[in-house]
Design a protein around this ligand. Sequence first.
Ligand code: DOR
Ligand code: ZN
Length: 445
Amino acid sequence: MTTYPETGRLSAPAESPLVIKNVRLYGEGEPTDVVVKDGIIAAIGNTAEAEDAQVIDGQGNVLLPGLVDMHVHLREPGREDTETIETGSKAAAKGGFTAVFTMANTNPVTDQPIIAESVWAKSQALALCDVHPVGSITKGLEGKTLTEFGMMARSDAKVRMFSDDGKCVQDPQLMRRALEYAKGMDVLLAQHAEDDRMTGGASAHEGETAAKLGLRGWPRVAEESIVARDALLARDYGNRVHICHASTQGTVELLKWAKEQDIPLTAEVTPHHLLMTDDKLRTYDGLFRVNPPLREQRDTEALREALLNGTIDCVATDHAPHGSEDKCVEFENARPGMLGLESSLAVIAKIFVETGLADWRFVARVMSERPAEITRLPGHGRPIAEGEPANLTIVDPDHHWVSDSAKLASKSENNPYAGEEFGARVTHTILRGAVTFDLAASEED
Ligand code: DOR
Ligand code: ZN
């Protein structure tokens, strides 16, 4: 077992050395080799192989720091029929992730150390991906009483993020108290911004499409009013707030304002809000019901621009597995949420890299470095350099593939990209020097 400060015990690094041949660091420059020993990058350059080394032929592909997803739902405990720590970790490794944060809206809710510790211990025994449990802000997600942040932060799970995600902390006074408490503990609060007095019964974005389809709408202001409120709370009570799944143009404007005032407000955006609009709802397919809802073109454009210029800090999938009994039903009865872990790198490459809007450095920043910084997660999102932990992802930037829901590692099939073509693919994921995903060795390639 190794220990990073404030991370707790971790699964052991790979025993045998690993040589990754022929990779382009961040997709830049000439291909080179990376030698890994004891889970650490020991050398970069054309170096002699150790006799017992495992060798990966990188074929000139792109080497990135292991991806970090600060927002997933792995459904254990409670809905192991839809996803478990094990299947979710496999999906994460397949998507290029070396660390994920799993939200607290499980059953029972992750509002006590024992639940968080069990999630963390399972993930370390599996050694496929570091699964960090998020603690809930309020007991039972009921929005009434704060949980014991300190006990969860000091537990073996070292909980560093708290969120009632799935629900918003509605009461501003309680949110203020949470901020003051979190400040003392130096933990992050992540807000699902939704004033539920404005979204009762809504299943779609409030706009032309919802009106035509006869669906009740979820207006932008329900998100934006909470973002504005929490920005002001962060300003006045001096602690960090992170906005989950930013989805509107107005949220982008508020984030820009907050950053100009040096308010410690950060935000993530999902691949689905970057790629799709409420136009997808025309078939009434429950697959496309998600919370917050898919919005309009002007929102998508504002979100893309904000990610490019840093107003939005990072990408997070909000991977939300659901069984067919909850998805293959009337739109309004479908549970909100879609899968994301196995497709997110390809979606981001499609929008930003394949169009020439950004490069692989940008992908490393928004999918690895920034989420690790925001969560203050040691060992991940680090530079690819000698002496750094070997948490790495190899991407083939020219691998054409079609998303197929029957081939997912996830236990659920609510994949909004079924049949969609992509041009980039994760070929290997490496956690502390151990290969946790190898595309050629998997049944899919
Ligand atoms: O679409 C969503 N699904 N949004 C959320 O906030 C929660 C999530 C879930 O848990 O299924
Ligand atoms: Zn979520």
